[in-house]
Design a protein. Structure first.
Length: 54
């Protein structure tokens, strides 16, 4: 993915976010997704069901 394809979000200030701030936000979102996935997998393991692929 090139930098041109990533929209710059400045929080309404007109200033592009710094790379570190973008990375921190992406990591926070990734951690939230992984936590949700972990919860889904653990609940599926308790019921003996396979989670739906998709």
């Amino acid at each position: 993915m090139s930098e041109e394809s990533v929209p710059q979000q400045g929080g309404g200030t007109g200033q592009p976010k710094g790379l570190l701030q973008q990375m921190e936000e992406l990591m926070a979102a990734l951690n939230a997704d992984l936590s949700a996935l972990d919860a889904d997998l653990q609940s599926a393991g308790r019921t003996g069901e396979e989670p739906e692929a998709g």
